[in-house]
Design a protein around this ligand. Structure first.
Ligand code: COA
Length: 330
């Protein structure tokens, strides 16, 4: 049977910095301890970008170069490159154009999407439209964040959670029924009160006062975000399954945003997904914001089989959240 065109992930590659920030290291920086961090978050260490002069675009470049090599794609073949990030190199221009320049993607255009921890999910859904509509053939989607550039390492509520990393996927058209099938994306701007970086935008441009008040760092009401994250990821996963007449038994893998191990377990319990079917790497990288989902796909790539039913789900600043169902294409 001839299938309609789906945008399929045809390769994935990730990159994380060498430097590790362990729970033991954090014990020396703030009033915390390994036992608290592991039991409350599941995180053991995170990667921190320390290379002088490097920023988010450089992590993207490493991930994309690896992706192109793996998939046998030349930089000039890329039509479009989108970077999901909340830690762009600069407020403007966008990081995607910088990445295109650095990798020599002369025929591509690029732009960034800012949807915090849902960034990769929103960007994947956006990029898929260009493929499904037959506008472009090769679209690269990168999830990348250098969270260490906006984390207050004197605030134990946030500094134990976040890390740096990047990962990229190549999207190409497939007619064999594999690829991105459906998604449910949601938002609620009222959530901006509970998770944000207060200053540095047009509302509160940088001043001596904003710097002194530590307003250029990520801030969250962790407990309230936690509750909404469980609700949001669970309900959108349920909706995407229902719409596609699937049950949890039909799903081979769930790829949840890696914000807190207890959020992941809670979502899995609500959905009756056994944890063996849930991709987890939060212990190694912490919350890398837009990079968590593609870093999971990269880590688990060797276990995936063509035709596997995979549900990606995320929740983040905005609030933004959602779930996306795809069939693995290779
Ligand atoms: N080490 C030790 N104690 C800590 C701590 C740390 N790193 N961070 C917080 N605590 C303390 C708190 O101060 C509090 O102490 P108190 O009772 O004396 O006031 C106690 O531990 C409990 O704090 P609470 O905030 O209720 O903890 P929690 O169980 O909710 O865990 C988070 C905190 C941040 C780990 C958790 O709320 C979370 O993961 N939230 C969602 C995060 C998220 O998804 N964010 C990004 C969006 S994608």
């Amino acid at each position: 049977m001839a299938h309609k065109i789906h945008a399929a992930i045809t390769g994935v590659h990730g990159w994380v910095p060498e430097d590790r920030l362990t729970n033991k290291d954090l014990e020396k920086m703030v009033d915390t301890n390994d036992e608290w961090i592991v039991s409350r978050t599941g995180i053991r260490e995170r990667r921190i970008l320390k290379t002088p002069g490097w920023a988010t675009s450089d992590m993207c470049v490493e991930a994309v170069r690896g992706l192109l090599e793996k998939t046998g794609t030349k930089p000039g073949e890329i039509d479009l490159l989108i970077v999901a990030t909340v830690t762009p190199d600069m407020v403007f221009p966008d990081t995607a154009n910088t990445v295109c320049d650095k990798i020599g993607a002369k025929n591509a255009f690029g732009y960034d999407i800012s949807a915090a921890c849902s960034g990769f999910l929103f960007t994947l859904a956006t990029a898929a439209q260009f493929i499904q509509n037959e506008t472009y053939n090769k679209v690269v989607v990168v999830g990348a964040d250098m969270m260490s550039s906006i984390i207050d390492y004197t605030d134990r509520n946030t500094c134990v959670i976040f890390g740096d990393g990047a990962a990229a996927v190549l999207l190409e058209p497939r007619r064999d029924g594999n690829g991105i099938i459906d998604f449910v994306l949601r938002g609620d701007g009222a959530g901006r009160e509970l998770l944000h970086m207060k200053a540095g935008g047009s509302l509160h441009p940088a001043t001596m006062e904003t710097v002194m008040a530590r307003e250029h760092y990520a801030w969250q009401d962790g407990k309230r975000v936690f509750v909404q994250a469980v609700k949001g990821m669970t309900s959108t996963c349920e909706e995407v399954l229902r719409r596609n007449k699937m049950t949890t038994d039909d799903v081979n893998w769930v790829v949840p945003h890696q914000a807190n191990m207890r959020i992941i377990t809670s979502v899995a319990e609500h959905l009756h997904f056994p944890l063996e079917k849930v991709m987890i790497n939060i212990d190694k990288y912490g919350n890398t914001t837009a990079a968590t989902l593609p870093l999971c796909l990269w880590d688990y790539e060797s276990k995936l089989k063509k035709g596997d039913n995979i549900v990606l789900t995320a929740f983040g600043g905005g609030f933004t959240w959602g779930a996306l169902y795809l069939k693995w294409a290779y």
